[in-house]
Design a protein. Structure first.
Length: 341
């Protein structure tokens, strides 16, 4: 409680490193009720609005007007800061009563994310119409999840264009400058990041699934959960490749998975050094992340990343980071997670 009270003293301070690099620090939410908590913890926007929770907690699909009112309420509360909407991401462990024939042998590699919405374009168009209309009340961003091939992105962008034309023809007010991005959470998306970056305005790394798919680890399987590690050099290399491809094509890149929360100060130091432009996390983690950002230089973290990328195991990365923290930033020792890495 004392630590949280102390951290909240800097909630209105900018998330900027000691040598002047600013990182956009946003919050993750599942429902509109969480917006105030994100604001109270010092976030500068919503970096992940998991819109599927508005869908899966009910027996029927919400209509356009109901979605519009729900989304614009969040945008108004966050204005002038941006709200990033993830389009409907059902499938895997998120099942909805109104989805027929949703039984799959391997649902995490099946009919989910953008694969589902492209097969149900009626649902996607309705949601996009509501989002674009809500965007007239502030700043909105739209993101497609579970992308694995370029064709999916092009299909989704074509639908976005159709929706904008329809709204214009029907004389609706809507946001005409909405950034469109994708989640990077499959190894194929990383491998094709250079091509994908030419199609969209931003990337947001979904570290939870990226780790799961890259390391072939079901994070819900207790027998092999020890293999699920956000500090594995393979994951760091995938993130590094993603950031390089994004910046080469002049788009920004963020992270909205639980990597910072899971790895805490270790993860934050690496993500700063990897060059990410935006972090999005659950509200309670935001003050801690801001404290870490404001306690370090970008140059120091870049040097750490350069060494970490050459390591062979997660434990070697941890040893490197802990030695640096203990010697150079002992005030951050309290943020090192306890227990096995």
């Amino acid at each position: 409680h004392e630590l949280e009270k102390d951290l909240l003293k800097i909630k209105d301070s900018p998330a900027v490193t000691l040598d002047g690099r600013t990182i956009e620090l946003s919050g993750n939410i599942e429902t509109a009720d969480e917006v105030q908590e994100v604001i109270d913890h010092g976030a500068k926007g919503i970096g992940l609005f998991r819109t599927e929770y508005f869908f899966i907690t009910r027996g029927t699909l919400p209509g356009e007007e109901e979605q519009y009112r729900y989304y614009q309420n969040v945008i108004r509360k966050m204005a002038p800061d941006p709200v990033l909407f993830r389009t409907l991401d059902v499938g895997g462990d998120k099942l909805a009563a109104w989805v027929e024939d949703n039984v799959e042998a391997n649902p995490f590699m099946g009919w989910r994310g953008i694969r589902f919405t492209l097969s149900r374009k009626d649902i996607l168009r309705t949601q996009l119409r509501a989002m674009y209309r809500a965007a007239a009340h502030g700043r909105a961003r739209i993101m497609f999840p579970m992308v694995s091939i370029v064709d999916e992105v092009r299909q989704a962008l074509a639908i976005c264009a159709e929706v904008r034309e329809d709204l214009k023809r029907e004389r609706y007010q809507f946001g005409e400058k909405v950034e469109i991005g994708i989640m990077i959470e499959t190894p194929s998306a990383v491998a094709m990041a250079d091509a994908l970056a030419r199609e969209v305005d931003f990337f947001s790394i979904g570290s939870n699934d990226l780790i799961q798919y890259a390391l072939a680890v079901d994070r819900g399987n207790s027998r092999i959960s020890y293999l699920y590690n956000p500090l594995h050099p393979a994951i760091l290399r995938l993130i590094d490749d993603t950031v390089r491809a994004a910046h080469k094509n002049n788009i920004w890149v963020g992270i909205c998975g639980e990597m910072v929360a899971d790895a805490r100060v270790r993860g934050a130091l690496l993500l700063i050094g990897l060059g990410l432009d935006e972090f999005s996390a659950n509200a309670y983690m935001i003050p801690e992340i801001k404290k870490i950002i404001r306690s370090i230089t970008y140059d120091e973290t870049r040097a750490l990343v350069k060494k970490a990328l050459k390591k062979s195991t997660a434990s070697e990365v941890v040893t490197l980071l802990d030695a640096f923290i203990e010697e150079k930033r002992p005030e951050l020792m309290e943020f090192i997670p306890r227990g096995p890495v």
